[in-house]
Design a protein around this ligand. Structure first.
Ligand SMILES: [Mg+2]
Length: 267
């Protein structure tokens, strides 16, 4: 099978889909995605949502064609079979699950400390589910900033523990697994060089993929947080779109691909 002409990796919430009262998606999104596939490109969702939640969102907003790949929980990689069953791609998910299981065991004491800190010093909540790595829900961005500063301090010498922050939500993770590394794994699998990759995101957890070493083209919508806008606009190949969510993303992509000589625009 020939390598795709281009690979698009889109965060979902805040990047493809907006919140009320704003229009949820750009009416031109589906024809754009169709043109990507028609021209030999692939498109993928790269989200903090679980696979099930991502599929739910895609169906709720009638996004078509369905993505060629879904990267879920900021680290797992799935592709659909011809019967529309979503399955692992290679052994990445197995390796990822195994490493996370191990890391949960070795970091029990730290999680206990963070939990005690949250209970005594903040109004933030500790979150723990059966299949999830633990996480935190803060009551505001400011409080989450404080929680992150505490965690950074506590884990200064820890080269395994990291976290993914999305607004007031945080989930602990292994340093080797994030949106950037799962996208690099997909690119390796598809044999697509970084010069043919375009990513779009709006929040902290997108920073690992909004990176020149991961993708030649990087876009964020106008609703992206200031940190993301600064990173995206700070180097060639990056554009802050004029418009929210998929309005800004599509406009930014058009602008970026038509201006960039190293690009081979798919749409
Ligand atoms: Mg987002």
């Amino acid at each position: 099978m020939a390598a795709p002409t281009f690979l698009f990796s889109f965060d979902f919430d805040g990047t493809l889909v907006d919140e009320p009262p704003h229009p949820a998606i750009n009416p031109g999104l589906n024809s754009f995605l169709e043109s990507v596939q028609t021209q030999g490109g692939v498109w993928a969702v790269n989200t903090g949502r679980t696979l099930f939640q991502a599929l739910d969102g895609i169906s709720e907003h009638k996004i078509r064609p369905v993505p060629d790949f879904i990267m879920a929980k900021e680290r797992e990689l799935y592709a659909p079979t011809q019967f529309n069953r979503w399955v692992d791609v290679g052994d990445w998910n197995k390796r990822c699950q195994k490493e996370h299981k191990r890391f949960l065991k070795t970091h029990r004491k730290l999680f206990k400390r963070v939990r005690a800190y949250l209970e005594t010093e903040t109004n933030a909540q500790w979150m723990e589910g059966m299949e999830e790595t633990p996480g935190v829900i803060a009551t505001s961005e400011e409080e989450m900033g404080k929680v992150c500063a505490y965690i950074e301090e506590e884990t200064r010498n820890d080269d395994v523990l990291s976290y993914e922050r999305n607004s007031i939500y945080l989930r602990f993770s292994h340093t080797a697994y994030h949106k950037g590394s799962v996208l690099q794994e997909l690119a390796r699998h598809l044999d697509v060089p970084r010069e043919k990759i375009c990513v779009a995101g709006d929040n902290h957890n997108d920073l690992s993929m909004l990176c020149p070493t991961v993708a030649g083209f990087r876009v964020c919508p106008s609703n992206a947080i200031p940190e993301v806008q600064a990173v995206v606009s700070g180097s060639p190949g990056g554009v802050v779109g004029n418009g929210r969510a998929s309005f800004g993303v599509l406009e930014g992509i058009q602008r970026l691909l038509s201006a960039e000589p190293e690009g081979q625009p798919a749409p």
